[in-house]
Design a protein around this ligand. Structure first.
Ligand code: 26Y
Length: 819
């Protein structure tokens, strides 16, 4: 490159700075530095700029006495930080130049050696990460609060077709992205008793843990402002059992220390049932208490009193996991700061808002009163008082409606046995908040018609919808640079901050040259994925085949099994010679099953057995391939999603609250095959019904089937293709060494009621897949529709979602800048 090229000059200067970091901070020789060392040096360089932005943002906010939004979440699935930080600092091109000019590792290899921060299970955790990105980008004074798990989401490997979990020790090499705050430490107490003390109760706790703060800077894009993600680590109190230590009983001292520190050890890899009991409740209270103490501390520092608290702060509860916040804030305000109950309660309701992420009753969190009483005796009393006042209010409005009282009480004592009483965390969240929302229009509607119908009647103004969104920075600009370059050329770069500009792409759908470029970009992404799949699994994918992708947590309601039924049906047809010219497909799966979720693990095993059979059958040739890519996570999603042609969003209608993967796929030019569920419906409204494949029973139809008596066995008996498919699974065709391996899966569908109604949707699914085949066989038309998908996805930016929250929920409209 000629020296006059400004980018080359910037690159050379940047390289010199990286080399300086290598020498001074990493202690490595620049010429021989390996990728890990380069990653560290580059990260430290970037970190310096983030640190300055952080300080500047805090100074501004303190000076302005700005209203703050605090987003409380047990999960933040942020993924990798370096590439995102380079983009936010507008250094990505410079960094590219810094690496391409010299020999040694490529920038992409350096970026890839960063482990994902996988502090979450799935959609809810990734949503929190997208929201932080948008809050920073929209320049809202905003903090995320969560847990600094030593071990995040487990790493998944596959052994003999089955999932094996490994600990995710993402912090072993340290991380350049965190800023420990040794001065920010709060005690969090547990246990003991709460004694009456006048109107009040005094909590004599049995033990105290220290919560220590670690900050992660979340850069905004197109702004120098940043957000903070503050995560708490549990530590033994400085005065650990000195007696044991002094007397040389180190084992006892260590045991003592572990008792405290284990609170922040591990993320619960479970999004199906409230898991982990006591330790999980300890975690929830631990991070809530530390965060609220921190919030009040900062407010007092800035304002000197708490009377204006609700004018100055909003706290958002990401599902009910932080719901104990309601009782903890009351405790802090009343017990620690002497506020009157009524004043504290009215502030509380103005401060909190709550998002629900599921309608499935089994996933709604409740805690045994006995456990709550044992761990948090003071909070139990507070909850009883909130409940009493709430139920009094309700009895005055609806006198004599005992059934209503029983249904909405914060305490569930369904069978009258005091040992079985439970605290309903969703009810606590609703009563303690002024805004409650679902995450798609359908979900929000169903929420007020079903699980929260009584509350919606009581407080109609509190319930809103906030359809989820995703950040286009990570999910297009960084994950799909090929598409991003095309969009830049056609639309300019502004779509990154104003996703509605994608509308401008509509005309391009009819431009043959653009269609070719669009297809070429997709093809490059498919090559990149095929390359990865070959390296990881040995399976060879033909990039000209239709890439049909389902990636998400493995769950019965998400119906990966329905996808497998289609795959087997297709295979059978190929063997029977019926489908000689069906469009060749690669069916790609990825996802983790909760470690205790037997059925989900069976589904993973079945996918592998089916893949082995089909991929190994010479009669199939290239017409069908099946692959399961291990260890799904944010970074893998960034590679898989841009390579997809078809996005599988096939949950039983009424079960997927929103989905956000569905948005990422459509935004990257995949067509969706999906049910009328979650945000699929709004995606259809935005991209046009003719550009999406919707099939199956709708939510009312599912409900009607359930009441009229659903008979999956009859469907099994009457549909020959389905019959053959299920018999192959049950008869051991795919598991010849263990013929009964999938009997439980078969039984669940055919003999035990098929709760998620796969068989009811099977025929329409297969028929719809045939329409997909036909369309893919006309590439121009396929590309046209794929482009129209991208063009229609502007509404699904997390920036739009966050603006809506800022206006309707957090009282921050004044702080929003015009687009
Ligand atoms: C109670 C506890 C063990 C638990 C832990 C995690 C319960 C639930 C979860 C996670 C739930 C989750 O990820 N829900 C998903 O939230 C997304 C963001 O709103 C939705 O798009 C998606 O439909 C929903 O399943």
């Amino acid at each position: 490159m000629p020296a006059s090229n400004p980018l080359a000059n910037e690159g050379a200067e940047f390289r010199a700075e990286i080399d300086r970091k290598l020498l001074t901070e990493v202690a490595a020789e620049p010429v021989t530095a390996n990728t890990k060392e380069l990653y560290k040096a580059l990260s430290l360089l970037v970190r310096e700029q983030l640190a300055q932005r952080w300080v500047k943002t805090q100074v501004e906010d303190r000076k302005a006495k700005a209203r703050r939004i605090y987003y409380m979440s047990m999960e933040f699935l942020v993924g990798r930080a370096l590439n995102n930080a380079l983009s936010a600092l507008d250094l990505r091109d410079t960094a590219d130049a810094a690496f391409s000019a010299v020999g040694g590792p490529a920038l992409t290899d350096v970026l890839e050696c960063e482990p994902d921060a996988a502090l979450g299970n799935g959609g809810l955790g990734r949503l929190a990460a997208c929201f932080l990105d948008s809050m920073a980008t929209l320049e809202l004074p905003s903090w995320g609060y969560g847990m600094r798990y030593e071990y995040g989401m487990f790493a998944q490997s596959i052994i003999n077709g089955a999932q094996v979990e490994h600990p995710d020790s993402w912090l072993v090499d340290g991380t350049p992205w965190e800023f420990p705050r040794p001065g920010t430490v709060f005690p969090v107490r547990f246990g003991g008793s709460a004694e009456h003390c006048g109107e009040w109760a005094e909590w004599n706790a049995a033990e105290a843990v220290e919560a220590r703060a670690y900050d992660y800077v979340i850069p905004g894009h197109g702004t120098e402002r940043v957000s903070t993600l503050r995560l708490w680590k549990a530590g033994a109190p400085a005065q650990i059992d000195l007696n044991a230590f002094n007397s040389g009983d180190y084992a006892r001292a260590a045991e003592f220390k572990n008792r405290f520190e284990n609170i922040s050890w591990v993320l619960y890899p479970n999004d199906s049932t409230p898991a982990g009991r006591e330790l999980r409740l300890r975690q929830e209270y631990f991070f809530v208490s530390a965060s609220l103490q921190d919030i009040l501390f900062h407010h007092l520092e800035e304002h000197g009193h708490l009377n204006n608290l609700a004018d100055q702060i909003a706290i958002h509860l990401n599902d009910t996991h932080p719901a104990i916040s309601v009782a903890e804030l009351m405790r802090l305000l009343c017990d620690d700061y002497g506020m009157l109950w009524s004043q504290a309660w009215s502030q509380c309701k103005r401060i909190f808002s709550y998002t629900n992420h599921t309608l499935m009753p089994e996933a709604l969190e409740t805690w045994a009163v006995g456990l709550m009483q044992y761990l948090l005796p003071r909070h139990m009393r507070i909850i009883y008082r909130i409940n009493q006042e709430f139920l009094n209010e309700v009895s005055q409005r609806f006198p004599g409606d005992i059934d209503l009282i029983r249904r909405i009480s914060l305490i569930d004592d369904a069978d009258g046995n005091p040992d079985n009483k439970r605290v309903r965390m969703a009810h606590l969240s609703i009563v303690g908040s002024h805004r409650i929302n679902g995450v798609s229009q359908l979900h929000s509607d169903l929420m007020v018609q079903t699980i929260f119908a009584d509350f919606a009647r009581l407080y109609p103004d509190r319930f809103h919808n906030k359809t989820n969104g995703v950040t286009p920075r990570r999910w297009v600009a960084q994950a799909n640079p090929n598409l991003a370059t095309l969009l830049d050329r056609r639309l300019g770069k502004e779509w990154r901050l104003d996703l509605d500009r994608l509308k401008g792409l509509r005309a391009a759908a009819d431009d043959p040259e653009f269609r070719n470029e669009f297809a070429a970009a997709k093809h490059v992404n498919k090559l990149r994925l095929a390359d990865y799949v070959k390296r990881e699994t040995g399976i060879i994918l033909n990039p000209h085949c239709l890439f049909d992708v389902q990636v998400k947590r493995i769950h019965e309601y998400k119906r990966q099994l329905l996808n497998v039924l289609h795959v087997i049906t297709r295979y059978n047809a190929l063997l029977h010679g019926v489908d000689e010219d069906a469009t060749p497909r690669c069916v790609i799966f990825a996802g983790k099953a909760a470690s205790s979720y037997y059925m989900a693990k069976q589904i993973i095993h079945l996918i592998h057995d089916v893949a082995t059979t089909i991929n190994g059958d010479p009669r199939v040739k290239d017409r069908l391939k099946v692959v399961f890519i291990p260890n799904y996570g944010v970074s893998l999603a960034e590679m898989i999603i841009p390579a997809a042609n078809l996005s599988e969003q096939i949950s039983t209608a009424g079960t997927e609250a929103s989905g956000t993967g569905n948005m990422k796929f459509a935004l990257n030019g995949a067509l969706t095959i999906g049910t009328e569920d979650g945000a699929n419906i709004e995606i259809r409204d935005n991209v046009g019904a003719e550009n999406i494949f919707i099939f199956g029973n709708s939510t009312p139809q599912v409900a009607a089937l359930r009441t009229s008596g659903y008979d999956p066995r009859a469907i099994y008996q009457n549909d020959p293709a389905l019959n053959e498919t299920l018999n192959r699974i049950d008869g051991g065709f795919f598991s010849p060494n263990e013929r009964k391996r999938y009997h439980d899966l078969f039984n669940a569908l055919v003999n035990y009621g098929d709760h998620y109604m796969l068989l009811a949707d099977y025929a329409d699914y297969i028929a719809t897949q045939r329409r997909v085949d036909a369309l893919y066989a006309t590439p121009d038309e396929w590309q046209r529709r794929a482009i129209l998908n991208v063009a229609g996805m502007g509404a699904f930016s997390a920036d739009r979602t966050i603006r809506e929250y800022a206006i309707d929920t957090w009282g921050m409209e004044q702080l929003l800048k015009p687009i």
